[in-house]
Design a protein around this ligand. Structure first.
Ligand SMILES: Nc1ncnc2c1ncn2[C@@H]1O[C@H](COP(=O)(O)OP(=O)(O)OP(=O)(O)O)[C@@H](O)[C@H]1O
Ligand SMILES: [Mg+2]
Length: 342
């Protein structure tokens, strides 16, 4: 190759290998050296790119003079990078082989598939239960009023769960959609917590949990979306009652932080603390994943869908804040939301 095409090739950010008509390497740009190693020029591609699908694509491209494609996987002990390899015929009879990194697209696709599988699974369980009860009521239990009452109560509970799942999914997609739009309203935090306390009072009472707010008397204003912030603290306080209720207390507290080191600004810190069973630290970083539950059997029995904290995370992100989770087995958990002020 002459100097000029070489210079151009060096500037291309993706790995590129050029071969002659006999599948010998004519040129390799620096990203391709990074991918395939040094001193490849002059060698046969078989010794440079060791993956048969790519070698096949190269020989097909040379033989027929048409573009071909293959996948190339690079593994080290930590990562797997996936490339879409495109072989384009060059006028000289050789091939230009380019490597496009498609790992993130593949990961996103996999996440979408997992999500659909999870949703389907979550809906199928209650639907199967309801279908079973209907069949029993139509068959063996026909005319048995006591059984009918019992089954109908369970069916009502299962359908309530499905409605909750669907409305959580809608909230999640809504908050995800708005994540990049900064909230513009001004919100007073004590008022937010008071309204959360009021709406959860019946739930707390039914669970025998005392719920209270600890805060100074001064108002604390910040930029935020009032409905979404109510949702954040409702989800956290509800979890405190559901999973930490055996501690008997859930405390919501507000404090001002002069400068949060991670946010790099003054912040309002709202702690939602319970004194229940807590959980092992290993769960902490996964709790905000959709459908993740510490004890899925117990959570499901309580009626949880595993979406509450995922919604919390997106809303907190939208507010440019952060969520901190601490828990100790046997002592309880503390979910802190830090929201930038000013
Ligand atoms: N205060 C807490 N104490 C102990 N475990 C908790 C607490 N909060 C959350 N968890 C655990 O985290 C999991 C995820 O919580 P999340 O709120 O996302 O879902 P959920 O409560 O199961 O369902 P949803 O909130 O959608 O009804 C719960 O299933 C529970 O195992
Ligand atoms: Mg929850």
């Amino acid at each position: 190759m002459t100097a000029e095409p070489h210079a151009i090739l060096s500037a291309v950010p993706m790995p590129i290998v050029v071969t002659d008509a006999h599948e010998r390497v004519l040129a390799v740009n620096p990203p391709a050296t990074g991918l395939l190693g040094k001193n490849q020029v002059g060698r046969h591609v078989v010794t440079v790119i060791r993956q048969p699908p790519v070698l096949h694509a190269i020989s097909q491209c040379i033989a027929h003079g048409v573009p071909t494609e293959a996948r190339y996987v690079q593994k080290d002990h930590v990562h797997e990078t996936l490339y879409r390899v495109i072989c384009s015929p060059v006028e000289t009879g050789g091939v230009l082989v380019s490597f496009q990194d498609v790992t993130s697209q593949e990961t996103a696709g996999q996440m979408r598939r997992d999500f659909v599988a999870n949703v389907s699974h979550e809906l199928r369980t209650p639907l199967t239960a309801i279908q079973g009860f209907i069949e029993t009521l139509q068959g063996p239990a026909r005319g048995d009023q006591a059984a009918a009452d019992r089954f109908l109560a369970t069916m009502a509970r299962e359908s309530e769960r499905m409605i909750r799942l669907v409305s959580d999914l809608l909230s999640l997609s809504q908050v995800e959609g708005e994540e990049r739009i900064r909230p513009t309203e001004r919100v007073e935090l004590r008022a937010v917590l008071t309204s959360v306390l009021r709406s959860l009072a019946p739930v707390a009472e039914a669970a025998g949990v005392e719920m209270k707010i600890e805060a100074g008397s001064e108002e604390l204003w910040l930029r935020g979306d009032p409905d979404q912030l109510v949702q954040v603290f409702t989800n956290l306080a509800e979890n405190g009652i559901k999973y930490g209720g055996d501690g008997g207390r859930v405390v919501l507290s507000i404090a001002e932080v002069a400068r949060d080191p991670i946010l790099g600004s003054p912040a309002a810190r709202i702690d939602v603390r319970d004194f229940g069973q807590g959980f092992d630290e290993m769960h902490t970083h996964r709790l905000t994943e959709r459908f993740y539950r510490v004890d899925s059997h117990r959570s499901r029995a309580i009626g949880g869908t595993g979406l509450g904290l995922a919604i919390v995370k997106h809303i907190v992100n939208r507010h440019k804040g952060r969520l901190r989770i601490e828990s100790e087995i046997g002592k309880g958990s503390c979910f802190s939301v830090l929201l930038p002020m000013g």
